[in-house]
Design a protein around this ligand. Structure first.
Ligand SMILES: CC(C)(COP(=O)(O)OP(=O)(O)OC[C@H]1O[C@@H](n2cnc3c(N)ncnc32)[C@H](O)[C@@H]1OP(=O)(O)O)[C@@H](O)C(=O)NCCC(=O)NCCS
Length: 165
């Protein structure tokens, strides 16, 4: 069974076990370096109070199989306080089983409660799964930032996506 719950600092190792293989393939994310569990612990500990961070835990094995987070778009002005930036990562062996969708149900509910009105994100233009996923959960592609990522010397466009909460 999959349980969606808020992240804990102790989830750091489980999270890097999901994230690092995705980073290593260099296919879907603009992240270009793997993270240590210690770095992830610090990231979770210092995660903005206004942010949202959920994990998907496979309860029978006690293993983290995915996570989704929302960070405030910007903090230098209150004008963007209603906008959050979303990211989603599901273990490669667990794709297409509805985990991303379950994460988003929890994220959306919590985002509403926290006063977010809009979620926004960047997805690599060559990330077919990522774009299909966000479209399926109600995001709209609103533009393309050209040559926005440079990964291993190669430029990649980034698609901007958004939806109302
Ligand atoms: C994008 C990602 C998070 C989707 O997670 P997931 O748990 O596999 O997604 P779900 O199973 O909940 O899929 C929900 C719907 O999205 C769409 N979708 C998801 N992956 C898809 C794919 N590879 N191709 C086409 N549609 C896809 C489908 O409509 C799917 O519903 P269906 O399976 O009933 O047809 C996952 O592929 C992933 O972790 N990718 C690597 C990281 C990444 O690219 N993150 C996004 C950028 S931050």
């Amino acid at each position: 069974m999959i349980r969606i719950r808020p992240v804990r600092v102790e989830d750091a190792e489980g999270i890097v076990n999901v994230l690092n293989p995705l980073v290593e393939t260099g296919e879907s994310t603009a992240l270009d370096t793997v993270f240590t569990a210690e770095q992830e612990r610090i990231f979770i500990r210092d995660f903005p109070i206004q942010g949202l961070f959920h994990v998907a835990e496979q309860t029978d094995r006690g293993v983290i199989v995915g996570f989704q987070n929302v960070e405030p778009f910007a903090t230098y002005t209150a004008a963007f306080a209603h906008v959050g930036v979303i990211g989603t990562y599901v273990d490669r062996s667990e794709h297409r089983q509805g985990i991303g969708r379950l994460l988003f149900e929890a994220t959306r509910r919590a985002a509403k409660e926290k006063g977010y009105e809009k979620l926004f994100g960047f997805v690599r233009a060559d990330n077919v799964a990522g774009l299909a996923f966000y479209k399926r959960i109600g995001f709209e592609a609103i533009g393309i930032a050209k040559r926005h990522a440079k990964i291993k010397g190669r430029y990649i466009d980034e698609v901007m996506i958004e939806r109302e909460v």
